[in-house]
Design a protein around this ligand. Structure first.
Ligand code: GLP
Length: 235
């Protein structure tokens, strides 16, 4: 694992955005695995700026998102589909038909998971962007006794619900279930970056650098991947 430590969120975002830019320039039809949460927002802003300045063309890019809350429609401003449209897709020349987010309203969850895995397998992820939860989750793969394989339903841990409640009016409004890409799919990406910032994330980042690979810290699996860069900013 490469580890880059910087002082500010802006520096972290710039490094990450430059890496995405290099990826798209080297392969204009790249498949990007994308994440939600606060960590990649600055990177998305810079990608929009690069597009506006004529530096980047997203017309051939395809994206697969890590996860989605169960029970929220894409129109709900708390859904991850809404987040992605709002923070990135609405502002660049990507074809929305080429952007994939699990359907949190799917009646048949099992089928939705199978279909999402088919999409991931057919596309193949070139470049995966990750954040990390304070408990080490990636996507919504919570600490567990085994590493997950494909897309599945996850019951969110109390700590995750608490952490994500900052985006909701009341903690009771935070969905308790989510669909998430599995660990094996994340690991299938050719290249992975993990962005994370601030004091609250320092303990998990330090643990990650030190620990053995264990499903109790899902992000620790990244140690087994040949091309991972963690970018951590102190502020
Ligand atoms: C959520 C998302 C993850 C994200 C994590 C960290 O639970 N499902 O994909 O990486 O939170 O979020 P943040 O970047 O806001 O700290």
């Amino acid at each position: 694992m490469n580890f880059i430590k910087v002082r500010t969120y802006a520096e972290m975002s710039k490094i990450a955005a430059d890496m995405v830019e290099a990826q798209i320039k080297s392969k204009p039809d790249s498949v990007l695995g994308l994440a939600t949460g606060s960590s990649p927002v600055g990177m998305y802003e810079l990608l929009i700026e690069k597009y506006r300045n004529g530096l980047l063309d997203f017309s051939k890019v395809r994206t697969v998102n890590l996860d989605e809350y169960v029970g929220l429609s894409g129109d709900n401003d708390q859904s991850y589909r809404y987040f992605m449209n709002d923070k990135l897709f609405n502002h660049i020349n990507i074809d929305k038909n080429n952007t994939f987010v699990p359907n949190g309203l799917a009646k048949d969850i099992e089928k939705e998971c199978e279909d999402y895995d088919k999409v991931i397998n057919e596309l193949g992820i070139d470049f995966q962007v990750l954040g990390v939860g304070r408990n080490g989750h990636i996507g919504f793969n919570e600490p567990s006794s085994v590493f997950s394989k494909g897309t599945h339903l996850e019951l969110l841990k109390e700590d995750t619900i608490k952490a994500n409640s900052r985006f909701f009016e009341r903690i009771e409004d935070v969905p308790t279930k989510a669909l998430t890409m599995g660990i094996e799919s994340i690991m299938s990406a050719k290249k992975i970056i993990l962005v994370s910032s601030g004091e609250a994330k320092r303990p998990i980042i330090e643990k990650l650098l030190d620990c053995e690979v264990t499903p109790l810290i899902p992000a620790s699996i990244l140690k087994n991947h040949p091309d991972v860069t963690i970018i951590f900013s102190e502020n």
